[in-house]
Ligand binder design. Structure first.
Ligand SMILES: [Mn+2]
Length: 178
């Protein structure tokens, strides 16, 4: 089994980002940050982390998107603002993301921007938004912020969501066959 950490939209909350990465780095096969850190791309919190630029980031050294293959899984990662992702219909407006993911041969699509956590299977891909650790929106904002882990098993993908105290939010787990 392989495991990947996915965090997004910390909006300057470097402490929680550094805490999450320190906690999970020894246990995962890849680390992703989906944009809107408001930090420098060279910040050492991003050592070994795949990052992208968000609409609130001003360091041009962040990539607009990344296609990364780790442990036989191909990820397409981007913030979402360049792909028409919007909060009001976050899970119904995935066409642009899907087209780019398809072109890049990705099975997993990682994004952020909406600050709404969730994972949805669409067009044979798994779309994952870890939510925001710091400025959560929507009905689950009462949780106070979320991030995600992707577990890749032989026949399925499992997405788990965690709160800022690193507690598993079991009810939010999403599975998709592989
Ligand atoms: Mn944001």
């Amino acid at each position: 089994m392989s495991k990947f950490l996915i965090v997004s939209d910390v909006h300057g909350d470097r402490d929680i980002l550094s805490q999450i990465i320190d906690k999970w780095r020894p246990h995962v096969d890849g680390l992703f940050f989906n944009g809107d850190s408001e930090l420098s791309a060279q910040d050492n919190v991003f050592d070994g982390v795949s990052t992208v630029i968000g609409n609130m980031d001003y360091d041009p050294n962040f990539a607009e998107s990344n296609t990364v293959t780790l442990k036989d899984v191909t990820f397409f990662q981007t913030h979402g603002h360049l792909y028409d992702v919007r909060a009001f219909n976050a899970w119904a407006n995935l066409e642009k993301l899907d087209t780019s993911a398809e072109k890049n041969g990705a099975q997993i699509v990682l994004f952020g921007h909406t600050h709404l956590d969730g994972a949805v299977a669409y067009n044979n891909k798994l779309f994952i938004n870890p939510g925001s650790t710091t400025l959560p929106k929507g009905p689950r904002s009462i949780i106070g912020g979320t991030y995600a882990l992707l577990l890749v098993e032989q026949n399925k993908f499992i997405v788990q969501f965690y709160n800022r105290s690193h507690q598993l939010l079991e009810d939010l787990t999403v599975e998709m066959s592989r």
